[in-house]
Structures are given as structure tokens and as C-alpha cells.
Design a protein around this ligand. Structure first.
Ligand code: ATP
Ligand code: MG
Length: 283
């Protein structure tokens, strides 16, 4: 404050005293507000962390208990008939696979939250990626008599991406569309490059159970499965969408969800097109 003495009113005057008080009070108020904001931020971060850990422990315990319970029955020969042994070992395999999926998801989400998730970005063939993802979800769709329609621009240009990570995003989006659409529903996949043309758009749409605005926010949070009678009958970790969102952003793209309760969901993934420089570097 001393450096500004020449700008201040005459020393000792009433106005100078008033101005000193005012600047001190303003400074104190600003400091108190900043302190309160930092405290609220820290509390929110700590609450989110505790919720994440509580959810994670719960999600890990469920399949672990199944593995321990069923393997104990096999080990102590409580069940011996070949059919039962086959059935129970199947449950163990299923729970172990779910556990692996969970752990991979938790690792991804933790890395994303710590800003340590990274993707390789090189020109990749989006058409081929979409085709392989469709193959994976079509079997499940057939089981449920859900029709899957696909319309991909013939000369769809390549995008900058990481093939494995793009598959991870798309398998989750298509898997969700099939999973949350009742029997005989419709899922569609569109991909094109709308003008002005720096991004490819991939739209996954379904006419399934849909979500309210609030539920969309929940769905984007780790373990945020929307609590409806329908979705509770479905499997999953509740990590797919937040990871897909983080991965889309890491690709320099975006993931937008529009949905209406009871009226289906549309997820739009945008991905930057491969640059001429990146294509040239590959040659
Ligand atoms: N297309 C959709 N229609 C309706 N609800 C959806 C849709 N996609 C996601 N949701 C809701 O959002 C939740 C979170 O989706 P997310 O993909 O993260 O998890 P999940 O599919 O339950 O499990 P996983 O981690 O195996 O993907 C779902 O559990 C569901 O409640
Ligand atoms: Mg999912």
C-alpha cells in the first residue's frame, strides 16, 4: 500500500482514514470469501472421494463374496453333482470376469480423475472400428429382438484416434442402447461428417427407457447407474459412460447425451478428422 501513497488522499485527513478502513475491510472480505470457497471445494472433493471409495468397496465385495461362497461349496464338496459343479463354476467365472472389468474400469476412472489417462492419436479407419463394435453388440441385440440399423457415410474420412479406446467408447454406447431398450426396440447408428467438416459425428440412438436431465447427470458420474426397476435387472459397473466421456475429451472430441424419460436416448460422439500432417507422417 505504501507504494501508492502519492495517489492517496492527504495523510491524516478524515477521508484518508475512511479510505484505509475501506480497503482493509475489502481485503479481509475477499480473503474470507476465498478461504470459504477453498474450504467448500476441499469438502466437495473429499466427499466425492469418500463416496467413490465406498461405492468401489461395495462393487468389489459383491463379486468377491460370490467367488468365495461358490468356491467354498465346491471345495468342501457341499455340491458334487456334475450339473451343479458346472453351474457353480460358471458363476465363479462370471463373477471373476465382472471383477476384472470393474478393476480395469476403476483404474481408468482413477487415471482420468488424476489427469493421467492418455490416448494414442493417429489416423484410424472409423468405418472398420464401427463394424467391429456392431459385430460385438449384434448378438445381444438379436437375443432381445432389438433391431440395429446402421447408416455410415460411404467415404467416411479417417479420424484421429486410438483404436482400442474408440472401441471401448463405442461398445459401451451401443451396449447401453441395446441394454436399456426393451424387446423389439430399435437402435440406430449413424456416422458422417456434417459441414463445415472438421469432425466426424457418430450418433447412437435408441427408443428405450430414456433418462431425465437429472438422471443423465447421474449416469455421467462414476458408478452412477440410474435406479429404475428396469436398469436394476441389468448388469454393468456404472463406469462405462464417465470413462467414454473422459476418452472422448482426450481425443479432442466430445460426447453429448440427450434423452427423455420413456422416449429413448441419443448420444453424439464427435471426433476430430485425421490431419493431412498426421496422414503424411504415416507414409
Ligand atoms: N441408452 C441409455 N438409455 C437409458 N439409460 C441409459 C442409457 N445409457 C446409460 N444409461 C443409464 O446410465 C447408467 C450408466 O451407464 P454406464 O454405461 O456408465 O454404466 P452401465 O452400462 O450400467 O455399466 P458399464 O460400466 O458396464 O457400462 C446406466 O446404468 C443406465 O442407468
Ligand atoms: Mg454401459
Amino acid at each position: 500500500m505504501r507504494g501508492f501513497a502519492s495517489l492517496r488522499p492527504r495523510k491524516g485527513s478524515l477521508i484518508s482514514e475512511f479510505s484505509d478502513h475501506l480497503s482493509l475491510a475489502t481485503l479481509q472480505k475477499k480473503q474470507a470469501t476465498a478461504l470459504r470457497a477453498a474450504k467448500v471445494d476441499a469438502e466437495l472433493a473429499s466427499k466425492a472421494k469418500s463416496e467413490f471409495i465406498a461405492n468401489m468397496s461395495h462393487e468389489l465385495r459383491t463379486p468377491l463374496n460370490a467367488i468365495i461362497g461358490f468356491s467354498d461349496m465346491l471345495h468342501t464338496e457341499t455340491v458334487t453333482s456334475p450339473e451343479k459343479v458346472h453351474e457353480y463354476s460358471g458363476y465363479i467365472k462370471h463373477a471373476a470376469e465382472h471383477l476384472l472389468e470393474l478393476i480395469n474400469g476403476i483404474l481408468d476412472i482413477s487415471k482420468a480423475q488424476a489427469g493421467k489417462l492418455s490416448v494414442e492419436r493417429e489416423p484410424v479407419d472409423l468405418r472398420a472400428i464401427l463394424a467391429s463394435c456392431l459385430l460385438i453388440v449384434e448378438a445381444k441385440a438379436r437375443e432381445k429382438h432389438v433391431t440395429v440399423r446402421c447408416k455410415v457415410q460411404d467415404d467416411l474420412p479417417r479420424v484421429m484416434g486410438d483404436t482400442l479406446r474408440l472401441k471401448q467408447i463405442l461398445i459401451n454406447l451401443l451396449g447401453n442402447a441395446v441394454k436399456f431398450t426393451p424387446e423389439h426396440g430399435l437402435v440406430s447408428l449413424h456416422a458422417d461428417v456434417p459441414a463445415p467438416g472438421d469432425f466426424a459425428w457418430v450418433v447412437v440412438e435408441d427408443n428405450g427407457i430414456g433418462m431425465s436431465q437429472m438422471e443423465v447427470q447421474t449416469a455421467l458420474r462414476p458408478f452412477g447407474q440410474v435406479d429404475t426397476g428396469f436398469s436394476k435387472r441389468h448388469e454393468g459397473t456404472g463406469l462405462g459412460l464417465p470413462i467414454a466421456y473422459a476418452l472422448a475429451k482426450l481425443h479432442g472430441g466430445d460426447l453429448q447425451i440427450t434423452s427423455q424419460k420413456g422416449n429413448g436416448t441419443r448420444v453424439t460422439l464427435t471426433l476430430p478428422l485425421a490431419t493431412a500432417a498426421a496422414e503424411a507422417a504415416l507414409r
